[in-house]
Design a protein around this ligand. Structure first.
Ligand code: CAA
Length: 283
């Protein structure tokens, strides 16, 4: 099945990035959010990212204008009726995602593929809520979406080969490298990344080193572009905690227990860049 039109639900950091790379790849895009505020903010993020690419000569003026012209913005899920693929990128809440997929399953064309950008919620459970588990799959993008090359492709228990093939092709056309993994808590990316971040928080709590020193060790010693605490602020400490809880619940081992400091920071509303303060302070 050929994908021509892609719907993206959720105009946050991830959803706006996905809409941007889809439009850059030549797809017609409908970007939907529930409220005007986040939708306008998402479009602004896309505009400034494309402006950056134009400035650097990575996009011509024509490609820039055409890309923007391919993105239709909407406050109505009904505008996704004609989409061949819908990628969900709303908040990381299983109940909210299930409810959305039940609605999408009822209103999109029966042959359309539904995908979730979830970073840790079981794909198989979301697939069931959609009522079309064969045409349901995880497409997990990484932040910042226009820069990061990976798309983790997660098959649910009943995902068909055709669905997998279709999204692999879409990811490649977006200039990404799809990597297929099974539906297991945290998939591969967060099963490896989050325990490292959690351990860094624990080391900070135990006074092993300062936050700057912990980050420097990983940046300079392991060549990571960001230290783990800096990266936690970038991802959002609430997201990190939610993923650690999924790992802890799903895999059951004590090594996945969220650090008490991580929990306390989330309770205090120190969520990282998005709230202006996490392990570091942002202007
Ligand atoms: N749109 C377009 N281009 C962008 C961009 C954006 N939003 N953000 C950065 N860039 C480009 C810059 O223009 C720059 O391009 P050039 O090389 O042509 O100059 C390049 O990316 C590097 O950016 P900067 O020079 O501004 O900054 P940097 O070198 O410090 O890199 C970074 C920034 C790419 C974010 C880098 O620090 C990095 O890779 N950090 C780690 C990010 C990471 O691990 N992400 C995954 C998080 S986990 C996740 O998302 C999923 C999950 O489930 C939790």
């Amino acid at each position: 099945m050929e994908v021509r039109k892609i719907g993206v639900v959720g105009a946050g950091q991830m959803g706006s990035g996905i809409a941007q790379v889809a439009a850059q790849a030549g797809y017609e895009v409908v970007l939907v959010d529930v409220a005007e505020g986040p939708l306008a903010k998402g479009m602004e993020r896309i505009r400034s990212s494309l402006a950056r690419l134009l400035e650097k000569g990575r996009l011509s003026q024509e490609e820039h204008d055409q890309t923007l012209g391919r993105i239709q913005r909407s406050l109505l899920l009904e505008d996704l009726k004609e989409a061949d693929l819908v990628v969900e990128a709303i908040l990381e809440d299983e109940g909210a995602k299930r409810e959305l997929f039940t609605r999408l399953g009822a209103l999109t064309r029966p042959e359309a593929i539904l995908a979730s950008n979830t970073s840790s919620i079981p794909i198989t459970a979301l697939a069931r809520a959609s009522g079309r588990p064969e045409r349901f799959i995880g497409m997990h993008f990484f932040n910042p979406v226009p820069v990061m090359r990976l798309v983790e492709v997660i098959r649910g228990q009943l995902t068909s080969d055709e669905t997998r093939d279709a999204v692999v092709e879409v990811a490649r056309r977006m200039g990404k490298e799809p990597v297929e993994v099974q539906d297991y808590p945290g998939f591969v990316s967060n099963r490896l990344l989050m325990p490292m971040i959690n351990e860094a928080v624990q080391a900070l709590m135990e006074g092993v080193a300062t936050k700057e020193a912990i980050d420097q060790v990983m940046r300079l010693g392991m060549n990571h572009p960001m230290g783990p605490l800096e990266l936690a602020d970038f991802i959002g400490l609430d997201t990190c905690l939610a993923i650690m809880e999924v790992l802890h619940r799903g895999l059951g081992e004590d090594k996945y227990r969220p650090s008490p400091l991580l929990r306390r920071m989330v309770q205090a509303g120190l969520l990282g860049r998005k709230t202006g303060r996490g392990f570091y302070v942002y202007d």
